[in-house]
Design a protein around this ligand. Structure first.
Ligand SMILES: C[S@@+](CC[C@H](N)C(=O)[O-])C[C@H]1O[C@@H](n2cnc3c(N)ncnc32)[C@H](O)[C@@H]1O
Length: 369
């Protein structure tokens, strides 16, 4: 299958969006584990590319190094050992990757003061992954899988990642390839995805549809949560799949995604036509609700039905549905103002720190229905 090479020309807008999400997630992830006092962290970029595009725009490895540099004082203070594995299978690109990263480290003296173990690998991901998995299972790890196409989303890799407990991963996939090649044997033997079903929805939802099927295939007892971010480039649909088991990680990813798009938090375009829905109209009653409106209506209903009873329930519900705590907070405080519910204090405390760290649980008391 002929593929376009990302490094032959400057990164396009969609690629930059992907790289910014990768980088912004590292910006959240690194301090969380450093300040959490973990002695050793691992970052794997299994499809690292060359370091920069043709115009000198930084690719994922340089962005990772930049985020490590930005955390220099915390890393030095906590004496965290940062292990990095940059892998690239193409020999020529591998040479450029080493040059770019070594130069970046030499030019940024903060990096040479830290305890950094940087490993360059020139391997095929399929060969490297089984060895790397032993490390991934042992240490808090951030894993980037910025593949071409979608071959490495195969069941065997997802199954292995599902079993890890302190791993956050970001997959990139060309969902459009799936539409074109999904019926071929190569795809069918690697991935258990029903193409006809994925195609039932409009094409713009293809990435989301693939993710929904991946979610359904996880074991019933899984702790792994998966979230999509769709990236449209011209007529093609690509996307990121984020996976993690810890609510703090999910919270950070959703923050990253909603920062990127504050209308839907799940695409680099207006996937549900929410902008049009939120325009003022003469007939307000005919207005269609936006994604945020629908979420607020649902959480309100759950609270009034006595299903979401506490700030913890509200927090878990919010993350499960791909929303951010501030949206739930707005709705719950509005319900208190409307005298539908009561809770002690001024704020409903729907956030990770209060719910999971401080374990401050507050009850929502229903006043009227
Ligand atoms: C989408 S690009 C990654 C871009 C990179 N993250 C960046 O920011 O520049 C995918 C890269 O993976 C490399 N690649 C392709 N197949 C591979 C494999 N089986 N194992 C490792 N690397 C591979 C390609 O040469 C290409 O550089």
């Amino acid at each position: 299958m002929a593929r376009k090479d990302l490094h032959e020309k400057p990164f396009d807008e969609g690629t930059i969006t992907k790289l910014e999400i990768f980088e912004n997630y590292a910006k959240e992830w690194i301090p969380t584990f450093v300040m959490g006092g973990y002695p050793e962290l691992w970052i794997f970029d299994f499809f690292a590319g060359t370091g920069y595009d043709k115009k000198g725009v930084a690719g994922s490895p340089i962005r990772i190094l930049q985020q490590i540099k930005n955390q220099a004082s915390n890393i030095l203070q906590k004496q965290t050992k940062i292990n990095i594995c940059f892998n690239e299978s193409d020999k020529q690109k591998f040479g450029l990757l080493q040059q770019s990263c070594n130069k970046f480290i030499n030019d940024n003296c903060e990096l040479s003061r830290m305890s950094i173990n940087l490993q360059f690998r020139n391997s095929d991901f399929a060969d490297l992954f089984p060895q790397a998995l032993l490390t991934i299972k042992k240490f808090p790890s951030l894993v980037y899988l910025d593949q071409n196409g979608m071959k490495f989303l195969a069941d065997k890799y997802i199954d292995d990642l599902e079993k890890t407990s302190t791993t956050d991963f970001l997959y990139f996939l060309s969902s459009s390839y799936f539409v074109r090649f999904g019926k071929t044997d190569a795809f069918q033997t690697n991935m258990n995805i029903d193409i006809a079903r994925a195609r039932q929805n409009p094409y713009k939802y293809i990435h989301k549809s693939i993710l929904e099927q991946l979610r359904e295939r996880l074991p019933k007892s899984t702790k792994l949560s998966l979230y999509p971010f769709t990236i449209k480039k011209n007529a093609n649909v690509y996307g990121i799949i984020f996976g993690a088991t810890h609510p703090r990680a999910v919270d950070k990813f959703l923050k990253t995604a909603w920062d990127k798009n504050n209308v839907n938090g799940e695409a680099n375009f207006d996937i549900d036509d929410d902008v049009e829905k939120s325009q003022p109209t003469l007939f307000e009653e005919l207005k269609l609700p936006t994604k945020i409106d629908i979420f607020k209506q649902h959480i309100r209903k759950e609270i009034l039905a006595g299903i979401v009873k506490t700030n913890k329930d509200a927090y878990d519900y919010t993350l499960k549905h791909g929303h951010i705590p501030s949206q739930a907070t707005e709705e719950v405080t509005a319900m208190k103002k409307e005298k539908l519910i009561h809770y002690d204090g001024n704020w409903p405390l729907i956030n990770y720190e209060q719910v999971y760290k401080n374990k401050r649980i507050i009850n929502f008391q229903i006043l009227a229905i």
